[in-house]
Design a protein around this ligand. Structure first.
Ligand SMILES: [Zn+2]
Length: 341
């Protein structure tokens, strides 16, 4: 365990709570100190490959918190709890990762116990998608209502907050929206998981590029033909070209929105949430662009047209707000909630 430094030269008797959020990814570890009102007072990032094991990540994370808390501006604060967000299939009861890509030395370890050895404070471990969803939920002061945060990128994930609490399911797999089947039979495309017709095969970033390839074969669009033969095409390229009026790119984005709307409609029909948010790297410009706004409108309209009136018409469908900070803020907020309860 790292030794606890002197927090402040003149500590206050009425110290306010501060929570450390740790969001572990395959590339880096995001850290943040969040106060009781949800404001992130400080943040930092560590390179995951340099740290490798949970023990080293937790020691480095606690050292960051101690460094910050030793400065005069933190005199009124004390570290009250730690929230850890991790990718993969989390057994939340045991705080053990059952399946995880890119973090082999984390699999099967009892993370709460290891974290407590770095600093003996109350701690929680949550799935990173649910952590991000919880941060967005707290931002909107949704209380006991439910929210789904759909993350669009190479894969399609979904964090869930049900009745005000993060929900991971009995096997840590709740919200695996990318693996909802939207096409069946001979024409269903293969998914990365090995099954057929899943949403990710159509609306994950590779699926979106595949749609463009398929459409390009049916037309004589020379601009798209040259793009596909000379460049590595990404959804960002497709969004940029759509913004400049490329018809095929606009069609691809529209199709993607309808695939997503179909799957999100199924999710909404089952759990009836108040809010569904779209986030991640593949929002086609988001709220800042006309292409992004049209994408969102098509997702929303597809949900409305495929669900019961009482579900689709009341559902708020928006872009997420917190971006890359959502996971770390959510982890700290979950720690705060658990400690308070
Ligand atoms: Zn799949």
């Amino acid at each position: 365990m790292t030794s606890k430094p002197t927090i402040c030269a003149t500590p206050s008797t009425a110290q306010e709570d501060l929570f450390l959020g740790i969001d572990v990814g395959g590339t880096n570890v995001k850290l943040g100190l969040i106060d009781a009102s949800g404001v992130m007072r400080s943040k930092h990032a560590l390179a995951t490959p340099d740290l490798v094991t949970p023990e080293r990540v937790f020691d480095a994370s606690v050292a960051f918190a101690d460094r910050e808390l030793s400065s005069p501006e933190y005199c009124k604060f004390k570290l009250s709890g730690i929230g850890l967000a991790v990718p993969g299939v989390l057994d939340s009861r045991e705080a053990v990762l059952r399946e995880v890509v890119n973090l082999p030395q984390w699999k099967g370890k009892r993370l709460r116990e290891i974290l407590r050895k770095s600093r003996d404070l109350p701690n929680v471990v949550v799935n990173d998608a649910n952590s991000a969803a919880y941060a967005e939920h707290a931002l909107r002061s949704l209380g006991n209502k439910s929210l789904a945060l759909v993350t669009l990128g190479t894969g399609i994930g979904c964090g869930l907050v049900m009745n005000g609490s993060p929900y991971g399911g009995d096997h840590g797999c709740a919200g695996e929206l990318g693996h909802i089947a939207i096409r069946f039979g001979k024409e269903a495309l293969p998914c990365t998981c090995g099954k057929m017709g899943h949403l990710e095969a159509y609306a994950g970033s590779k699926g979106v590029v595949r749609q463009l390839h398929s459409l390009a074969k049916t037309t004589n669009n020379s601009e798209i033909a040259s793009l596909l033969t000379t460049d590595i095409v990404t959804p960002r390229d497709i969004a940029a070209r759509a913004q400049n009026g490329c018809e095929l790119c606009n069609i691809v984005i529209d199709q993607t929105a309808r695939y997503l709307g179909q799957a999100i409609g199924q999710l909404a029909q089952v759990i009836d949430p108040t809010v569904v948010l779209l986030g991640g790297a593949m929002t086609f410009g988001g709220s800042q662009s006309k292409v992004g706004q049209k994408f969102l409108a098509t997702v929303r309209n597809t949900i409305i047209s495929t669900t019961l009136e009482e579900v689709g018409s009341h559902l708020q469908v928006e872009f997420a707000s917190l971006g890359n900070d959502a996971g770390v803020i959510g982890a700290a907020k979950v720690a705060q909630q658990v400690i308070a309860s």
